[in-house]
Write a protein that binds this ligand. Structure first.
Ligand code: NAI
Length: 455
């Protein structure tokens, strides 16, 4: 069977590329061994957002007294939350299936691997079948990183240590959870499990949580977690997983964190093994497939997009990369850029960021100025966040007066960060932005306020 384009992997990069290419009239085969939608739909973005929404409703009711609302007999039922999560996932996965059908994409539910090349194109196996494609898009995604910590492999096998995949299948919440890694996954699960009454401890190797985010916002977020009872062990090195606990070193001392269950969330690795990259000699570096700004690999007609590039492991990055790849295949001029990709941690409050932080602007030697505002400057924020301590930062290039970045710790931050991304993407100056009308009252108005506060 021969195709214009074969796509390996049915996650956000794969299915969106298939949809776009199919829509443009290409004959497309999409190979996915598991469920369409990849990690994002099945065991990442969407299921976790479903869980976190239940937690948010629960927490809102629990602390409702300051808004004049009291709830008696309040309870969050993990089983019901999980059932709803399954329903949401099922609906979205079936939506992707419908989109494939509507765009004439042939879906192969099988393990795929590149097998080589002949004069007609690239050969790719889908289970027992061999497909031929003039072009090939590698969108094989990523998997949780598993470091060589003594006892970890056994813990994973025994089900005492879980990754983000297994924890989303838990029938009963644990009484205590030890999270290894205070990054995005660790914090989102810490947020949910704390809300449902689990005792959560986060062990993080660095001296701060939340990776490259602005340290000031991060320490406010950490304080919010601590108020809710989460314990953080920062600057801590995990040395072993033992029966009943995680052994770690901190301040030169060996300690044990007892836990019913352990979540391993120390990053993800691109799936570059066992997919036949070597059969056509596709180059990789630092654990990901090497691509240019049109998502082309070193082999003609072979593209890669999404987590498999090991670069910006976000579903929305994957979407844009997939579009850039398909556009190149279609002969439409397009270039992938990474300077306006929003990043969100969907905790309560949310931490959203786009473009440069103060730290990264400084590191790059950019001429920048910062406007920092308490979120209380927004009337809507004040109305909805009694005692809220959120802040936002606007980073501006002081030479060109263009926006370089925005960070916000606030409710709705995930929704309004796109406005700042648009300004960066379009290279807009503060004077141009001042003419944009924001709906009032909205939390997003904080952006407009910051622009006007710039001297
Ligand atoms: P991450 O890279 O965000 O965080 C991993 C954390 O683990 C880091 O803080 C790191 O210092 C720490 N760490 C590494 N080794 C350790 C060790 N041995 N002991 C203790 N701490 C250790 O990775 P995470 O949270 O696993 O997420 C993986 C990917 O999934 C990320 O690229 C993320 O962008 C993506 N993701 C995005 C989400 C979102 O956009 N809201 C949600 C969930 C995941």
């Amino acid at each position: 069977m021969s195709y214009d384009l074969i796509i390996l992997g049915g996650g956000p990069a794969g299915y969106l590329a298939a949809e776009r290419a199919g829509h443009a009239g290409l004959k497309v085969a999409l190979i996915e061994e598991r469920s369409l939608g990849g990690v994002c739909l099945n065991e990442g973005c969407i299921p976790t957002k479903t869980l976190l929404y239940s937690a948010k409703i629960h927490d809102g009711a629990k602390h409702g007294d300051k808004y004049g609302v009291t709830a008696e007999g309040l309870k969050i039922d993990h089983g019901t939350v999980m059932k709803r999560k399954d329903k949401v996932v099922k609906t979205l996965v079936s939506g992707v299936r419908t989109a494939m059908k509507a765009n004439g994409v042939e879906v192969f539910q099988a393990r795929g691997a590149i097998q080589g090349k002949n004069e007609e194109g690239y050969l790719v196996s889908a289970g027992e079948q061999i497909l031929t494609g003039k072009k090939l898009l590698i969108a094989a995604g990523s998997s949780p990183a598993v470091p060589p910590i003594p006892g970890l492999k056994e813990g994973l096998e025994r089900g005492y240590v879980l990754t983000s995949r297994e924890i989303l299948e838990l029938k009963e919440p644990p009484r205590s959870l030890c999270v290894i890694g205070g990054g995005v996954i660790g914090l989102e699960f810490a947020s949910y499990f704390t809300s449902i009454g689990t005792k959560v401890r986060v062990i993080e190797m660095l001296d701060h949580i939340a990776g490259e985010n602005d340290p000031e916002l991060v320490s406010l977020l950490q304080a919010e977690f601590e108020k809710r009872g989460v314990v953080f062990d920062l600057g801590a090195k995990v040395t072993a997983i033992e029966a009943g606990g995680v052994r770690y070193e901190k301040d030169g001392e060996s300690r044990i964190a007892p836990a019913d269950l352990v979540l391993l969330s120390i990053g993800r690795r691109a799936n570059i093994r066992d997919i036949g990259l070597e059969s056509i000699n596709v180059f990789t570096q630092r654990g990901g497939v090497i691509v240019d700004d049109r998502m082309r690999t070193n082999q003609p007609g072979v593209y890669a997009a999404g987590d498999v590039t090991g670069y910006s492991m976000l579903a929305h990055t994957a979407y844009r990369e997939a579009e850039a790849a398909v556009n190149d295949i279609l002969g439409i001029s397009d270039r992938m850029r990474y300077d306006a990709i929003p990043a969100v941690i969907y905790t309560n409050p949310e931490l959203a960021s786009v473009g440069e932080t103060e730290g990264s602007a400084k590191g790059k030697g950019l001429p920048y100025k910062v406007v920092k505002l308490p979120m209380r400057f927004s009337g809507r924020y004040l109305a909805e966040n009694e005692g809220g301590s959120g802040i936002m930062k606007l980073i501006v290039n002081e030479k060109t007066r263009q926006v370089l970045g925005v960070q916000a710790l606030s409710n709705y931050a995930s929704e309004f960060i796109v406005a700042a991304g648009t300004w960066i993407e379009a290279g807009m100056t503060l004077d141009r932005i001042k003419k944009i009308v924001f709906p009032h009252p909205t939390v997003s108005e904080i952006l407009r306020e910051a622009v006007f506060q710039y001297e």
